[in-house]
Write a protein that binds this ligand. Sequence first.
Ligand code: CAA
Length: 278
Amino acid sequence: MTAATEPTTRPAAPSAEELAAVGLRYEVEGPVATITLDRPEVRNAQTPAMWRALGALGRAIGDDVRVVVVTGAGGTFSSGLDRRMLDPRGPGDGQESVVALLAGTDEAMADTIGEYQEGFTFLRDPRFVSIAKVSGHAVGAGFQLALSCDFRIVADDVAFAMKESALGLVPDLTGTQPLVEAVGYSRALEICLTARTVGAEESVRLGLALQAHPVAELDEAVATFAAAICTPMPGVASATKTILQGAQQRDLDTQRRIERTEQVQRFRAVAAALGQGR
Ligand code: CAA
């Protein structure tokens, strides 16, 4: 994938009211956008409607946004899947429910989960850099949402836990690949199968989190880091992300082709900025 150099027409973002209805907030300040899970009364539990809105929001994020911060309101990042979605009686309010998937074929269930996953995969888009600002619990789907971001900057009260195995399930919201990349296969398997909590010090030591800060200093730390990422000229972060993302899975010839393809565009952008070139 080549980093975008030309502005692209994007679909309209869900309105603030539509986002609020599924427990989300979206704010843009200069080049930094913030997505907030905003259901603090249920510790920012996640629903299929929230995942669909996240996917729609991701497709709509404008090319002027260079950093996307994902966070949770009220001191908890996210308690994961809203447990009402696993209730055999359903959530009871007309909401799309995970249990309702059981009525479909295996293929239909997998296809729907694929749609849910789009609420997570957009955070890998090279158009912007994504940062999970995590305080408190990040459980199951919450852990996976944080794992979908390029960086996790955490508070010292962070509690990551991949709880799916305790419910007889597996992590399926795109968190497994970044978990293995961050901590290695054996440690990732242990974290998934024991469903244990990983705290701040261990997160940084394992490479799961980039930095840990006292709760009161987390906002400032993330703002400082986001500003640092916005320091190089526009396009550099996107091109670098395009090159590094998936580098371990590529052979050397493919990797160096991607490097030089991106560099050609960088040379042209730098020359244009200096008033040189074609
Ligand atoms: N779904 C729905 N409601 C939830 C919730 C969830 N995941 N997590 C918390 N809540 C609700 C509680 O029921 C409680 O509601 P009431 O005030 O009406 O009683 C309220 O939020 C506050 O909860 P707690 O008192 O438990 O809050 P806490 O701060 O003491 O603990 C917590 C926080 C450790 C996250 C704890 O709430 C918890 O363990 N929650 C459940 C976590 C869980 O099992 N999530 C599913 C993970 S698996 C997954 O996500 C599946 C997947 O992707 C396939």
